[in-house]
Design a binder for this molecule. Structure first.
Ligand code: T5A
Length: 216
């Protein structure tokens, strides 16, 4: 049974470059215009301590390789900090929290991608996350190559460096995508949005879903 809050918890999931950051900001602007308090945040990250963990997790090169288990534990350490400091207080005061990635990413990347034991991930999830679950999860879905090409295009424009995950092989991201699809088949909170559509069409679909969540 998930905990009920005054606010709504919405997560945005999917592979690299599918449009999560772009659309989360667009959704926040729509909700703000309707007078709703919105907190836009991201994982790993979202608080000063969790952002420090993010830097370690995403840093492309370390003098030693990061073990998959260390990576998993750091994801959940950052998540617990984020939940306690930002997400739960915001939901309790009635804000809508829009979060760029959450535990579904851990299951998809560390579970399906890295091959870590899914039941061990579930145990950590229950320790770090307790009974907090998203009300709705938008899965932005596109072929891996499409997302990677968009992420590359954005990096070329902004000059941002490649992170540790972006150096993985195509097969890794295909497993991640399968992971997201398995999760979507299991949980009714998922809404799969075809992210190969134009941005306008993606946002029309998101807008309809936001209205449904608001109860319009
Ligand atoms: N991770 C994270 C784990 O392994 N386990 C976990 O538990 C968690 C929480 C985070 C990394 O950490 C891993 C997963 C990730 O590898 P990140 O910086 O948050 O890294 O990176 P990503 O989540 O991959 O996000 P990106 O910023 O790369 O991609 P987005 O946010 O999905 O895409 P966005 O919005 O920046 O769009 C990319 C480009 O495409 C264009 C945009 O304008 C932009 O230029 N675009 C479109 N173009 C055409 N048509 C559309 N429909 C478009 N939508 C967007």
């Amino acid at each position: 049974m998930s905990r009920k809050f005054a606010g709504k918890f919405i997560t945005f999931e999917g592979g690299e470059g599918v449009g999560k950051s772009t659309n989360i900001q667009w959704c926040a602007d729509q909700l703000n215009e309707q007078g709703i308090e919105v907190v836009v945040t991201r994982e790993p990250g979202g608080t000063p301590i969790a952002e420090l963990i993010r830097n370690k997790l995403l840093k492309a090169h370390h003098p030693e390789p990061m073990t998959p288990m260390a990576e998993l534990l750091l994801m959940f350490a950052a998540r617990n900090q984020h939940l306690e400091q930002v997400i739960i207080p915001a939901l309790e005061r009635g804000a809508w929290v829009l979060c760029d990635r959450f535990t579904d990413s851990t299951i998809a990347y560390q579970g399906f991608g890295r091959g870590l034991d899914l039941s061990a991930i579930e145990q950590l999830k229950s320790l770090a996350q307790g009974d907090v679950e998203p009300d709705c999860t938008f899965l932005l879905d596109a072929p891996v190559e499409v997302g990677m090409a968009r992420a590359r295009g954005r990096s070329e424009t902004t000059g941002e460096a490649t992170d540790r995950f972006e150096t993985e092989a195509l097969a890794f991201f295909e497993r991640v995508k399968d992971g997201f699809h398995s999760l979507a088949a299991m949980h009714s909170r998922f809404v799969i949005v075809d992210a190969t559509q134009t941005l306008d069409d993606v946002q029309t679909e998101l807008s309809v879903r936001l209205s449904m969540l608001k109860g319009d």
